[in-house]
Write a protein that binds this ligand. Structure first.
Ligand SMILES: Cc1ncc(COP(=O)(O)O)c(C=O)c1O
Length: 439
């Protein structure tokens, strides 16, 4: 019997908790406290992390910042794209991918995804290009590589820049190259749920010294002259006046040494965790391939190591007697499998892009500020359908379990299918009849 109807669940222990830490992290943070060097400026710990993470992912330069959203804004700003020009991205992502574009004075243009990979479909990118397009943002959703060769080819043919939203992609690869190191600039998040995390944080990676220098300058008021000052932040001095000039209208997007200490410790765990997620992800794909009404994600040969920040799959209710996705999720959760619905709507259907309270108009970066794209008219049918009815998410920490834990996911799906009819009948019986009111 289904756990939802009083039976025993397939699994009673929780999947691995996140974050994973021990005294290494506690001591690393305590060490920062003891040094008294709590600020970013002049912090060798932050620089040590930036170098280690850039090397791990395979980029020449890395700058750590306070969030993934900041990293995207800075990455875009560092590309010096014309104000009001258009950046193409998929709408199947977190909102920050699009708001970073607006915040950088640019216009997001949505192109649909390939329904089997959930990533930007290069053919849709090609048809979204206008004379105002200046860049493509490749979001490696869930840490699975976009079709970068196709995207780079389109960009090269049209003179466009490529920014990678690699917020989900730590330790993920495309053709054995680290994600976030393939386009002009790559942007990472270290927010609490991410595969490498310090509660909050982000990073910009690039091989281009000029982009790196601009990103430094944009992330801190003291950064404007930093390259001239030997690459070290915080050399400006109120006492001597050295470095006391400001070349850029920068914000403050600094990360702290406390976060860098956590990140260095967590980076030491990343490779092992990435190998486990990749192995379990591939095993789970094989298990799900055998199930009716469930479709795993297509992993193309170029996606050499998916980071599996989110493990995503499709639910087709017809194979479950028409059981709604919502009820399927409740049944799976009762069986001890923490599946979730994921993104409620694609980005072009969010309140911001419907401009419900004028927020889009306040952010619009061209013309007289009146949005000249009607996002209600934008059609990305795959992203719309997948959000509305079919997508299921499993968080990355589920894939840190063992193979038996993957088998339990498949077993629970089969169990819900076998009992779907009984569940629908029980739900029908439990729904109070709406008799017409008596006169
Ligand atoms: C795809 C994607 N891009 C960007 C971000 C923004 O990162 P942050 O929350 O660190 O600002 C996130 C965060 O969840 C994300 O999922």
């Amino acid at each position: 019997m289904l756990a939802l109807l009083g039976g025993n669940p397939v699994r009673s222990d929780p999947y691995p908790a996140w974050p994973v830490f021990d005294e290494t992290e506690v001591n690393a943070v305590a060490d920062v406290v003891r040094t008294g060097e709590w600020g970013r400026l002049g912090s060798h710990r932050v620089i040590a992390f930036e170098r280690a993470f850039a090397a791990f992912q395979g980029a020449a330069y890395g700058l750590a910042v306070n969030s993934g959203t900041s990293a995207l804004e800075m990455g875009l700003e560092a590309l010096r794209l014309p104000r009001g020009s258009e950046v193409i991205l998929a709408p199947f992502t977190f909102m920050a991918s699009a708001t970073s574009i607006l915040n950088a004075g640019l216009v997001p243009v949505f192109a649909d995804i390939d329904p089997e990979t959930y990533n930007l479909d290069p053919a849709c990118v090609a048809s979204a290009i206008t004379p105002r397009t200046s860049a493509i943002m490749a979001v490696h959703f869930g840490g699975l590589a976009c079709d970068m060769q196709a995207i780079l080819d389109i960009a090269a043919a049209r003179g466009l820049r490529v920014i990678e939203d690699a917020a989900h992609s730590h330790a993920g690869t495309w053709c054995d190259r680290g994600l976030g190191t393939i386009g002009d600039v790559g942007c990472f998040s270290f927010q609490a749920s991410k595969n490498l995390n310090s509660g909050e944080g982000g990073a910009v990676l690039t091989d281009d010294m000029e982009i790196f220098s601009r990103a430094i300058a944009q992330h801190d008021l003291w950064g404007g002259g930093v390259v001239q000052r030997g690459g070290q932040l915080g050399r400006g001095s109120l006492a001597t006046g050295e470095g006391w000039d400001f070349t850029v209208s920068a914000g403050d997007r600094r990360i702290t040494p406390f976060q860098a200490a956590l990140l260095l410790a967590q980076l030491g765990r990343l490779e092992d965790q990435a190998q486990r997620r990749a192995a379990n992800g591939s095993y789970l794909n094989d298990l799900l391939d055998d199930l009716d009404g469930i479709q795993g994600r297509r992993i193309d040969a170029f996606a050499t190591r998916p980071a599996h920040h989110v493990y995503v799959f499709r639910y087709l209710p017809d194979a479950f007697n028409g059981l709604s996705r919502e009820r399927f999720i409740e049944a799976m959760n009762a069986e001890g499998i923490p599946v979730a619905q994921g993104y409620r709507q694609p980005l072009h259907r969010t309140a911001l892009f419907a401009d419900v309270d004028g927020a889009l108009a306040r952010a619009w970066p061209r013309g007289d500020g009146t949005p000249d794209i009607d996002y209600a008219e934008v059609s990305c049918p795959h992203a719309e359908r997948l959000c509305a009815d079919e997508t299921l998410f499993l968080a990355q920490s589920v894939l840190l379990d063992d193979e038996a834990g993957m088998v339990q996911i498949a077993d629970a799906i089969e169990k819900v299918r076998e009992h779907a009819e009984a569940l629908i009948a029980a739900d029908g019986a439990a729904t109070p009849r709406s008799d017409p009111p008596s006169a």
